[in-house]
Structure formats: C-alpha cells, structure tokens
Design a protein. Sequence first.
Length: 271
Amino acid sequence: MKTFGLSFLISLALMLICTPLRGWSFHYATLTEIIVYFLLTFFLLKKNTQHIGLCLLGIIIGRYVLDLPVLLTDFNSTRISLMVPIGSSLGTLLGFIYFKVKKWITLAVSAIVVLVFSFVLEPQWRDYVTYDSLPEGLNVSPFKVETENDSLKMASINKKYVVLDFWSSSCGICRREFPLVQDLHEQIQKEKNEVFLTSVFVKYGDEQFADGQKILADYNCTFPMVSVSGNDSILKYLNIQGFPTVIILDENKEVIFKGSLERAKKKLATY
C-alpha cells in the first residue's frame, strides 16, 4: 500500500499544480498533462517494478479523485475541459507502454500520438463544445448589456451586423487576442460602416465595469466595451461555455455566427 499511497499523492499534487494552466489555455494544459503523466508513470513504474498494478492505480485515482466528481455532476459546464483529464490518461498509457517496450520507435510513436491528440483532437473538441453547439434562430433583441453609465438594449443597435466578443479577466487567450480584436475594430472603422464591434466583459465575483476598462487600457485597446455578469441569462441563452467566443448578429439581432475570432474574420469578409 505504500506504493499506492505514494503514487496517489504525487499524481494528485501534479494535477493540482497543472490545473491553473486551464485558465491560460486548455490546449497547453492538455499537452502539459500528457507529458507530465507520461514521465510520472514511466519513472514510478521503473522504481516500483514489483507493484506495477498498485502504482498505476494510485496514479489514476490521484489524477481523477477531484476532477471526476465535478465532471459527473456538472458535465455540461465542464465538458470543454474534458480533453485535459483524458490527455493525462493518455500520458499514463504511453508511459506504461514505453516502460514495457523501451525502444526509440516507441518514443517516436508516442510523440506522434501526443501531437495529434494535442494539436488536432483537442482543438476540434473545444471548437465543437464552444462554437458548434448553437441552435438556429436565436434572437438577442430583448437582452440588455451594461455600458459605462447605463444599459444598452441589443435591439437598439442600428447596424446591419453586430460583432460581440465575449471575454473574461481570467482568460489568457482573450488577452493575447486583444491586439487582433483591435486590428479588426480598426479595419471595420475604415471599411465596414455597417458593422458594429464591441467586446463583452463577463464579470465574475466582485468585478466591476471599470475593471474591464482598465484591462483593455493596459493593452492599449480602443474598441468599445460593454459588460454582463457571469450569471447573465444571455450567456446561457447563447450557450457560451468558454472564452473568448465571438457572436455575430444580423440586422434583426438574430445569431448568424458563433465561433473563434479567426473564423469570425473570415465570416465577416463574406458580407
């Protein structure tokens, strides 16, 4: 049982250390956990060759003891991160295989599997959950968003197209994309007067409208900003489960696009 306990504690500790990466990027969190659990599994098995089963059991339970209850009880909200724990299991499996077959070809195949899982399957899953699960015919006309001194009803925006870029303060990807949003805003200002773009700061905890403004100012962003609370009904209505998410509305305020900023720019180019 000593082998099991040690494997459990190390696995649990590594999971807790890696968890903050999800706030920065699910992509890099997945890649990191695959590599970390590959190395953990290989080295623990190498030191506990007489108790392989207990060692593997400790690693697996340690990794899932906190994640699994959350996934089972709130799957709809947490499924966007599903590839992260699956990635750690893949790392454990590959580490076990490499422990059994210590050949360079095994390591090379493992590297290919890791790259495909991290750079192809994980982004596809994230795109599906975040972008491709939107029913048709959604109209946001009745909803309101917060402005600096008042509120704004979506129906009152008199533009042919409205681009809403939803983001949160804890989203590292959002911050990295601010310059791209700024570029798109400037391009729209010059070329597409029928398009209105605004970022939508999603507030959590005790965050205020001014907090979002300060973040944008730190990045020298001049595009407009509105805000909604993290429990606002518009987020549930649009099934927004991850950030950043870009929504495009037509002149009737009906949703015609939900996706990433890159895909939104391509979509706008067709209008």
